[in-house]
Ligand binder design. Sequence first.
Ligand code: URP
Ligand code: ZN
Ligand code: ZN
Length: 464
Amino acid sequence: MKKEFLIRGGKIVCEEGVKEWDILIADEKIVQIGPHLSDKGVDEVISAEGYYLLPGGIDAHTHMSLPFKNDSSCDDFSSGTKAALFGGTTTIIDFANQTRGESLQKAVDHWQKLAEQKSYCDYSFHISVTDVNKKSIDELPQMINQGITSFKTFMAYPNMRLHEKEFRTLFKEIKKLKGLLTVHAENGEEIEKRVSLCIKKGQTHPRFHPLCRSIDQEEMAVAQIIMWAKEEGCPLYIVHMTSPKAVEMVYKAQQEGHTIYGESCPQYFLLDDHFYHQEDFNKAGNYILSPPLRSKEVVENLWPYLSEGKGISVLATDHCTFSQKQREKHGQGKFWQLPNGLGGVEHRLELFFSEGVMRRRLTLEHFVHLTATNPAKIFGLYPQKGVLKVGADADIVLWNPQKKHTLSSSTHHSQCDYSPYEGLVVQGKAEKVWLRGELIINGDQFLATKPNGKRLKRTTLFNH
Ligand code: URP
Ligand code: ZN
Ligand code: ZN
């Protein structure tokens, strides 16, 4: 029997704007949306008065169970997606990383094993291509056929980064397939030189990490990759951008008519580089990620790009948690040995609603575009995901715009033993979250009895 329920009286953030409409859900889908819908024959009516209704968030950049040496990041698909749902995110796109010398398919199969029967929310993968050779090029269509339509590349990290010829080859091949190339844009050569110098000089404290990965080297990399994308006439998506100047480059390229997207993450808007200056190695080391946190001034200069809709199309998290314990074990007092990454999958909506919508000039509609609709469109999930409209999956967040709460490792759902946002008070909270019509979050309760997340098949029908 089809279960039907009606959500009545909320302010729905949809393509028509913010509307005081009702939503009718049958099984997994939104079947009607509009003013004063009839509740005749429905199984349940839920009042949403005083709340917003948002499409379930899409976090297009997470790393669950990311391998590091003989270890892996401490959130797996189970704890990480549980945390995501508590924060109103119903879909994640994680990364299947190719190991050099091995096939793309092997990477997908490996990550599929990590995710299946563990993921509580829906998921997909980008595939990280680290070995550009005939075999992996030949595998690209097979990836697209499996619904993996975006390909991640690195300009940094010695065992992952590609060079110009490989980038150009990938641009050409991916363009033929109507896929999307995404890139971690930092200048690997520059970084490696600077780290070697630190090693030589015995500069071991985490405060040297942001000096090795300074903003100018990120800008060099962004300028370089935009140039190659333009020359190859190929769409491009740049992940975790921190630099206002680099975002300006993306914006300019967009103005010229190129399909280039910028992504950024909450840590680059809410945190800054003062964390690296804590004397305690371990405390400072907890903020090691790449690119690193930037100065207060840079953070201030980045905000207008977001609120004015220039250059940044997607807000993701780059959720990648290594506990303090793991960091101590691997770091051994040397910043370059620390695993990289920060958590945030649970807090993305809260942080941008609180700081962006409530305190700065981010409109509610734009907030929804950045956190749900744009990633759905760019990564081939629209209109199944990222939007509240008839026919879409009933991934719905009942959002309390008033509720204040304090972020802390003692209350978050990540397995990480610290929170980079410890003590921060945010306004706005997901009170109820439905995934394909199933109520998963109800206040503090987690209602899923088993991991029901589905692997999503993404299309190449992007909006490029
Ligand atoms: O420091 C980070 N961002 N770690 C995760 C991997 C990546 O570079 O995105
Ligand atoms: Zn990266
Ligand atoms: Zn990442």
